[in-house]
Design a protein around this ligand. Sequence first.
Ligand SMILES: [Ca+2]
Ligand SMILES: [Ca+2]
Length: 159
Amino acid sequence: MRKAAILSVALAFSFLSCQRHSPGVVTHRTPDGRADQWLNRVDAGNYQVLIDTNGDQRPDVIKTYRNGQLVQVERDRNYNGAVDLVQQYSQGLLVREVHDDDFDGKPESIWTFRNGKVAMVERDPRERGYVDVVEYYDASGKLTRREMRTGEHRLQWNP
Ligand SMILES: [Ca+2]
Ligand SMILES: [Ca+2]
């Protein structure tokens, strides 16, 4: 029960971040006048760009910038109002992804990238909030090792 509660809180934060920043200042409109891009600005270098890609006037892509650099992209790939993919960037390169690929609100894998290529995937196939399997990949993208985990390394949307 406790694990489920912790994970639910993490997801609630993701969901709320979507809602809280909507709609923001409109920075783009479709030809028929509907807002499809918003800006939430803290200061010149720190801001979020929210984009509606399916025309329902709710943002489904949220890009977060710190010191002028893209650090995170949150995506709602099935347009249900909840984030199901988080992509984190460092120095312009993708470094980490958290996936909820079956859109049930519970993440089941964390992907770690090195030089923009996948290096490790931590999987929680039973979606209990903890990593069960860790896969390692070489520079060519080939799976080189798979380990079972028994410890309690938590799977979270945000580290
Ligand atoms: Ca949308
Ligand atoms: Ca899931």
